[in-house]
Design a protein around this ligand. Structure first.
Ligand SMILES: C[S@@+](CC[C@H](N)C(=O)[O-])C[C@H]1O[C@@H](n2cnc3c(N)ncnc32)[C@H](O)[C@@H]1O
Length: 269
């Protein structure tokens, strides 16, 4: 799903990596927190040919896929993976010119502590770019489909709140509390209509299946059956719309101040 997201929303992702290029020195050292399968790390390494990227994730499987893709794209020499649980003591990740956290901070147990640690690994003057979203994208164009998606998103929001995910955090406030100077907060309301990228139908299918899987027992049987049918038919539809929002915060560690980094050795590969 992460790879399809990067494929279908490639214009948004391109804008983000271009933004990073304007925030960093010529040979930046970038730390990607919660790198997943590498959508961000690989795009950053491609767009910034002199960048070194440290991709951190708790999932060994995700990092293995990331390394595999890095080999295929020829960027392997400039991407290092670190398996670490960012809810625990962080391994030594810095010093960094940029911390990139796309769709990952809401998974962490203590947002304020995570940003204090991100501050500590940045060089003075270094930047952090956070991207967060509120839910899965929406795809269905008709009123019945839109209403069904709405019921799904409402139920998912309840489940995420119960699970303790930080979906609606004020990251600007957390950044300021951690000592950062917030330079930008931008909301992107994305609505893609036909002709969509080739991967859009498959993206819709995977997202609908993921929602269906997560909502077992939370929706009426007829809604679950409708989701099954919509997911099965999504790749062959030509009327889908991809609607999603992303909010991006950019902040800097001021040039003065030195909290210092206290860290254990990293497990790298
Ligand atoms: C929604 S994915 C985003 C992946 C990637 N940044 C992207 O944009 O495609 C969230 C990622 O955070 C990682 N993650 C969740 N909790 C974590 C933790 N405690 N420590 C490190 N990584 C974590 C997950 O394994 C997953 O790869």
């Amino acid at each position: 799903m992460l790879d399809l997201d990067a494929d279908v929303l490639h214009e948004f992702h391109r804008e983000m990596v271009t933004w990073v290029g304007s925030l960093t020195p010529d040979r930046p050292r970038i730390v990607d927190l919660g790198a997943g399968t590498g959508a961000g790390a690989l795009a950053l390494a491609r767009h910034l040919p002199h960048a070194e990227v440290v991709a951190v994730d708790v999932s060994a499987d995700m990092l293995q896929q990331l390394r595999h893709r890095a080999h295929a794209t020829g960027a392997v020499d400039r991407i290092r993976t670190v398996q670490a649980d960012l809810d625990q003591t962080w391994p030594r990740l810095g010093p960094a010119d940029l911390v990139w956290a796309s769709g990952s901070l809401h998974h962490l147990a203590d947002p304020a502590r995570s940003l204090t640690q991100a501050f500590a690994i940045l060089r003075p003057g270094g930047a952090v770019l956070i991207t967060e979203f509120d839910s899965f994208p929406r795809f269905l164009p008709d009123p019945a489909g839109t209403a069904l998606e709405e019921r799904c998103h409402t139920a998912l929001a309840d489940l995420r709140a119960e699970a303790g995910l930080h979906m609606s955090e004020d990251w600007g406030a957390h950044l300021r509390e951690a000592g950062f100077t917030v330079e930008a907060e931008r909301r992107f309301d994305i609505a893609l209509r036909a002709p969509l990228p080739d991967a859009a139908g498959r993206y819709a299918q995977v997202c609908l299946q993921r929602m269906r899987h997560g909502l077992e027992g939370c929706l009426r049987a007829n809604d679950l059956a409708a989701l099954d049918a919509l997911a099965a038919g999504a790749p062959s539809r030509d009327d889908l719309i991809v609607r999603t929002t992303r909010t991006v915060w950019v902040a800097r560690r001021p040039e003065t101040g030195c909290p210092g980094e206290h860290a254990a050795p990293a497990r790298t590969s």
